[in-house]
Ligand binder design. Structure first.
Ligand code: PHE
Length: 343
């Protein structure tokens, strides 16, 4: 092999290496375009090597020609591959700014009903009440029987209650937790029981088949209706952060309280003056309450000659509606993120 052929082959190898190392460090398409023209262009390095064909004799020309063609094809292929990889990731490397702030994960928040529930718990525990829980699938005994609700009572109607198989129902109120608590604790008892309840209601602006209540129960010696009124009024003033809140009790009937009442809060919208929301009465209906019926004490073995107590319920959606000025109960259960993210 002639010395000239050897030199030219060495030059070919050098050019190939040089081009390859530039390809490795190239960081964008413009750089690659430049490499392409520097090596494969009409005035590029490979073309210049072809001009060296004249240095070798006719017998060596096919050898050199083949080596040059191989170089050209190799570099062409490698440049194309590298270019394609940049075209697939136009954002790569040079446009990545590591100093930009990170994209934070979307933060959730507590559901407004849970927030109201937490606040209710906080207010009552500050007044000495304990928080109790009961099952959402309840037996007929706890949901009705032990609450002195007879078989013919309208609330037991198939139209109002979700009946499960056996003697079970989806609890229609939180009152069964009264019984469960008194069964396991001796007086004095002072407890609240917040939780989910179910009734076979057709959903509309004020009804939802799933809703939440908070039960309250206080049993001790000498507990009177005045204690009930004081506690409920203190609660109303706390939850609406308004010292002028008033509570009104109207005679009513529940099988498990005697006497029984419905209680109202003074309208938070018009401060009791009368408006559209309170239908010009100045009052907003909250729930029922009363003194624990002696018949109920009979089911839990409390002596009604020694102990007396009061109980009350409250609808948590109703409080949330007033607190957050929402006009449709269904919105609490639709899981619309535009609503929920406001809390
Ligand atoms: N459980 C009754 C209801 O759901 C409310 C209530 C609770 C009434 C406690 C009196 C005492 O309507």
């Amino acid at each position: 092999m002639s010395e000239n052929l050897q030199k030219t082959l060495a030059e070919i190898a050098r050019i190939e290496k040089q081009c390859q190392s530039l390809l490795v460090t190239a960081t964008n398409l413009q750089e690659l375009e430049k490499i392409k023209s520097d090596f494969l262009g009409r005035k590029g390095a490979v073309q210049a090597l072809f001009a060296l064909m004249g240095r070798v004799g006719a017998d060596e020309k096919p050898h050199l020609g083949a080596a040059l063609n191989r170089l050209k094809e190799t570099l062409q292929a490698e440049i194309e591959t590298r270019m394609a990889s940049f075209q697939r990731q136009p954002m790569a490397i040079d446009s990545f700014d590591p100093s930009l702030p990170a994209k934070l994960p979307a933060m959730g928040s507590l559901h407004p009903i849970l927030q109201v529930m937490d606040e209710v718990k906080q207010i009552f525990t500050s007044m000495g009440f304990r928080v109790e829980e009961g099952p959402e699938i309840e037996s007929d005994y706890y949901n009705f029987e032990a609450l002195n609700i007879p078989a013919y009572h309208p609330s037991r109607d198939m139209q109002d209650t979700f009946y499960l198989s056996g003697q079970h129902v989806l609890r229609t109120h939180t009152s069964p937790v009264q019984i469960r608590t008194m069964e396991t604790q001796k007086p004095p008892v002072r407890m609240i029981a917040p939780g989910r309840c179910f009734r076979k209601d057709t959903p509309d602006a004020t009804h939802s088949p799933t809703f939440h209540q908070c039960e309250g129960l206080c049993v001790d010696r000498g507990v009177s209706f005045a204690d009930l009124k004081g506690v409920v009024q203190a609660f109303a003033q706390k939850i609406f952060a308004d010292k002028s809140m008033r509570v009104r009790f109207r005679p009513s009937f529940f099988p498990f309280t005697e006497p029984s009442a419905e209680y109202d809060f003074s309208c938070i919208f018009c401060k009791g003056k009368g408006c559209r929301v309170c239908k010009n009465t100045g009052w907003l209906e909250i729930s029922g309450a009363g003194m624990v019926d002696p018949a109920v004490f009979g089911f839990v073995d409390y002596d009604p000659e020694i102990f007396s107590g009061y109980a009350f319920g409250m609808g948590l959606e109703r409080i949330a509606i007033l607190k957050y000025r929402v006009n449709d109960i269904r919105i609490f259960f639709e899981n619309d993120i535009r609503f929920l993210e406001q809390f």
